[in-house]
Design a protein around this ligand. Structure first.
Ligand SMILES: Cc1ncc(COP(=O)(O)O)c(C=O)c1O
Length: 301
């Protein structure tokens, strides 16, 4: 924590901590044979800084360490140690608002077989900024199209893993949405049920009830999703996690998306059809406000 009296002399900067060394972004270099660079064999988290605090830090670290366990990485840094590294890098960067990109890869070496590589993970904490959508979209809402790219089924790669390699499908879906003039792309799962958007979870509201795809629908179990479910329940809404089909979206009164990068944003059209009256709805706007208030409750540094 930097004392307020020093604030007028602050140096606020983007920074990267990589395997123990901190410096400006362009100074970090990954080994050419990093297993994630070669095969996508890595995990990541995107975490926001609001009000000079790290929002939902422990929830993101829990998800990361569950992924590390699932992929059987030989993680060299404990969860409390990594937490301290993140907070220390934030202190050095001193940004009031920003986006932390946390990467952990299996290690370094050519060939798929983990037993034949150096399994000392490469770990990065980058303090940067990220705006996913233009500021005006937070007032007017987003146009979304259903993309032809499906989410990866759980028996191929469990969607709860925030695995870097998996994102090629999401990037293709995003590209398709952009080429069709939309701000975001909806991805269905192989059963034709609604899963999520390329970097966001999805919610629908009908008759005052809020619904969102359940974790077995092929979604990343978003930290923002969980936060919004809790806020909505606290505000007195019924929130159901269930199977949803495109019918539920076309017939909804309101829809909105959630994500660390996306925050909470209304979705006002799907495939060119207005959702409700084609404007951000009352419940969505209330949840946007509640979420903004909640972002004050991060971990200070
Ligand atoms: C595919 C996907 N779904 C959902 C989310 C939202 O997750 P969170 O709220 O934890 O950021 C993300 C975030 O990056 C994502 O990539």
């Amino acid at each position: 924590m930097i004392h307020a009296k020093w604030r007028h002399n602050r140096i606020v900067q983007k920074l990267v901590w990589f395997n123990g060394t901190v410096g400006p972004l362009e100074t970090a270099t990954i080994p050419a044979a990093d297993h994630c660079h070669l095969y996508g064999d890595g995990l990541f988290e995107g975490i926001r800084i609001y009000h000079h605090k790290v929002f939902k830090l422990d929830e993101h670290l829990d998800r990361l360490y569950h992924g590390i366990k699932y992929l059987n990485f030989q993680m060299s840094i404990s969860q409390p140690e990594l937490r301290a590294i993140i907070l220390d890098t934030c202190t050095k960067s001193d940004m009031d608002a920003g986006y932390i990109r946390l990467n952990v890869t299996r290690g370094t070496g050519l060939g798929l077989d983990p037993s034949k590589i150096d399994t000392n993970p490469n770990v990065m904490v980058m303090i940067n900024t990220l705006a996913l959508y233009p500021p005006e979209a937070y007032e007017s809402g987003l146009d979304v199209v259903t993309t032809s790219f499906k989410t990866i089924p759980a028996d191929a790669l469990d969607p709860r893993l925030k695995c870097i390699g998996k994102y090629a499908a999401n990037i293709l879906a995003k590209q398709e949405a952009n080429s069709r003039g939309a701000g975001e792309g909806l991805m269905l799962n192989h059963q034709g049920n609604v899963a999520e958007c390329t970097g966001d979870n999805i919610f629908v509201i009908q008759g005052g009830v809020i619904r969102t795809p359940d974790p077995s629908s092929g979604i990343l179990k978003g930290v923002t999703r969980d936060a919004v479910i809790a806020l909505a329940r606290k505000a007195g809404y019924t929130v159901e996690e269930c199977k949803l089909t495109p019918f539920d979206l076309y017939a909804a009164d309101e829809c909105f998306l959630t994500g660390t990068a996306a925050e909470v944003i209304a979705m006002v059209t799907l495939d060119g059809r207005p959702i409700g009256d084609g404007k951000p709805g009352k419940v969505t706007n209330q949840l946007i406000e509640l979420y903004r208030e909640e972002t004050k409750n991060g971990v200070p540094f």
